[in-house]
Design a protein around this ligand. Structure first.
Ligand code: AMX
Length: 435
């Protein structure tokens, strides 16, 4: 057993009691009324899910098990000589609620490196995809196919007891996360003609291996960026499309590969994870049209033109957040430290000074501030990863950490099949007739 599984086995009985106690004390309490508008309005603000790994505050942003992003940067173990938290440590935190030791983090790095290989038939599936098939579709195909070797699916066929569901879920989640660098690396190299995927180095951390497989392993700053990137993209509470989809599909006892592939299909939408690709496209078109040294007036005009043509400004706005996303700020600080003179970074900063006022003036968006996707693409571009269609794959690699941790806890706590009630407009009219 890995150190993490050992710790989890100790925590689960306590947490089951904790949940029982919370339900006895609060189970019949109400969050307040549900309005018909919430049913039509994408369920905004509707309290509907339990998600243990993180909670999102509209003003302050995300906290992973109670820790803000700057607190994670300070408290979580780092690589020797590195400044950014190791995603291994973040995963440990999401799963246990505890900050791990350096040794526990190294144990996870080694465990993931040992599980990293993907079956040859999955390699073949990826190799046969036309390079014109979007990298996110390829990613989802490969993750779905990993279900072939699912420990959970096999155990379920053998009649595993409900109390033990978490164990094969844990194994599948560890395998899933471990295999993503090989999948992402293969997609990147196949689609953009970057040669063969090299081997994993069992003595390196997850982000170093991911960077090597993508072809950027020699650049320590890129490796550091990956550590930060995965950490901040990992989890954003339970209601966002990718997180909620994974939880929903997992509730049918579909194994973690099937559940996470569903998450990826949601992440591939332009209002969600694909926004990082859209931002780069938008920035590139802007730079082509008005240059990277454009005046504020030109940037203003360009943003207004986007809105007037009926499009959204990608990277701005959020369904929950009402202030600048701390994930944006963390990336901005990284850029200020590592690439302060980069022209595209400067353009992103200029847009930050201009777009919120325009969105306020336009008067529709409830949140005029930037989200995580407004920044990630320029950092990747700076280090030479210019293929914007690939960016959401990196978001997907990161999101497996949060969805995986949630799937483990859902099975440990015996979360039931999700089945909310739906209504037709006709039934709502009848229900409230004369009221
Ligand atoms: N540009 C232009 N219009 C925007 C806008 C933006 N960035 N953000 C919101 N609006 C508009 C909406 O389209 C909506 O218009 P409508 O009434 O004509 O349909 C109106 O403002 C009200 O929307 P909202 O309540 O503020 O937002 P929401 O909760 O419905 O949607 C989001 C949130 C993120 C989809 C939206 O802000 C958006 O489309 N942003 C651009 C895409 C983006 O950056 N997505 C990434 C989000 C983070 C992530 O998941 N990775």
């Amino acid at each position: 057993r890995s150190a993490l599984k050992e710790r989890l086995a100790q925590l689960i009985p306590k947490e089951i009691e904790n949940v029982k106690a919370a339900r006895i004390e609060h189970g019949k309490k109400s969050f307040g009324p549900v309005t018909v508008d919430q049913l039509y309005g994408g369920m905004r603000g509707l309290p509907a899910l339990i998600w243990e790994g993180s909670v999102l505050d509209a003003d302050e942003g995300i906290r992973f098990r109670g820790l803000t992003i700057p607190e994670c940067q300070e408290l979580l173990p780092k690589a020797p000589g590195g400044n950014e938290p190791l995603p291994e440590a973040l995963f440990w935190l999401l799963v246990t609620g505890e900050v791990p030791t350096q040794e526990q983090v190294t144990d996870l790095s080694k465990d993931w490196a040992a599980r990293a290989e993907i079956p040859s038939f999955v390699e073949e599936i990826l190799d046969r995809c036309p390079p014109t098939l979007h990298p996110m579709s390829q990613f989802s195909l490969a993750v779905t196919a990993l279900n072939h070797n699912s420990a959970f699916a096999a155990a379920y066929q053998k009649g595993i007891k409900k109390a033990d569901y978490w164990e094969p879920t844990f194994e599948d989640t560890m395998d899933l996360i471990a295999k993503l660098p090989n999948i992402a690396g293969r997609i990147y190299r196949n689609v953009y003609g970057k040669g063969k995927v090299p081997a994993i180095d069992v003595n390196k951390d997850y982000s170093a291996n991911l960077s090597t497989l993508l072809g950027f392993g020699d650049n320590e700053a890129f490796v550091e960026l990956m550590r930060l990137y995965i950490t901040i993209h990992s989890d954003h509470e339970g209601g966002n499309v990718s997180a909620h989809t994974g939880k929903l599909v997992g509730s049918a006892l579909s194994d973690p590969f099937l559940a996470f592939a569903a998450s990826l299909n949601g992440l591939a939408g332009p209002l969600h994870g694909l926004a990082n690709q859209e931002v780069l496209l938008w920035l590139t078109k802007m730079a082509d049209a008005i240059g990277v040294d454009a005046t504020d007036e030109q940037v203003k005009q360009y943003a207004w033109d986007t809105l007037k043509s009926g499009k959204v400004v990608p990277g701005y706005g959020h369904a929950v957040l009402r202030k600048t996303d701390p994930r944006y700020t963390a990336q901005r600080e990284f850029a200020l430290k590592h690439l302060p003179e980069d022209k595209m970074f400067k353009l992103v900063g200029q847009i930050y000074n201009i777009v919120p006022n325009i969105l306020l003036e336009a008067g529709k968006a409830k949140n005029p501030w930037p989200n995580v996707d407004a920044h990630s693409g320029v950092l990747l571009t700076h280090y030479g990863m210019k293929e914007m269609n690939f960016y959401t794959v990196l978001f997907g690699v990161s999101r497996a950490f949060g969805v995986g941790a949630a799937l483990i806890w859902d099975r440990a706590l015996g979360a039931p099949l999700e089945r909310p009630k739906s209504y037709s407009t006709e039934s709502i009219k009848k229900m409230f007739a004369g009221k």
